[in-house]
Design a binder for this molecule. Structure first.
Ligand SMILES: [Zn+2]
Ligand SMILES: [Zn+2]
Length: 113
């Protein structure tokens, strides 16, 4: 390949969106490839490995006898991480998500009736 073609390719890689955009895990800095799945968040990526690692940290390895299952995400959580609304158990993570969702709804422009 000639120098011009190489330069042209490099330039294209810099300016065409998608060609140069490397998706990188924000936790372990690994680049996305065919063997890794990336979970996209707001300006943050987490690879499937780091996600599993995070999930493992949250879920007790050996659920204690007093562990409670969140009705929304289905994970077993220690009682400190769970709150109850009537008979519905909700974990702190799900509560956080709901909070964000409700906020997004509240902040979205109201539609004319
Ligand atoms: Zn990672
Ligand atoms: Zn949950």
């Amino acid at each position: 390949m000639g120098i011009v073609a190489r330069l042209a390719r490099r330039t294209a890689a810099r300016f065409i969106p998608g060609m140069s955009a490397t998706i990188r895990c924000s936790a372990c800095q690994r680049e996305k490839d065919s063997s890794i799945q990336m979970i996209a968040g707001p300006r943050v990526y987490l690879c499937s490995d780091c996600f599993r690692r995070a999930a493992r940290q949250l879920t007790p390895r050996r659920p204690t006898s007093d562990a409670i299952r969140c009705r929304f995400c289905g994970s077993l959580r220690v009682p400190l991480d769970i709150t109850h609304v009537e008979s519905v158990a909700v974990c702190s993570d799900c509560l956080g998500l709901m909070d964000q969702m409700l906020e997004a709804v509240a902040n979205s422009p109201r539609e004319a009736r």
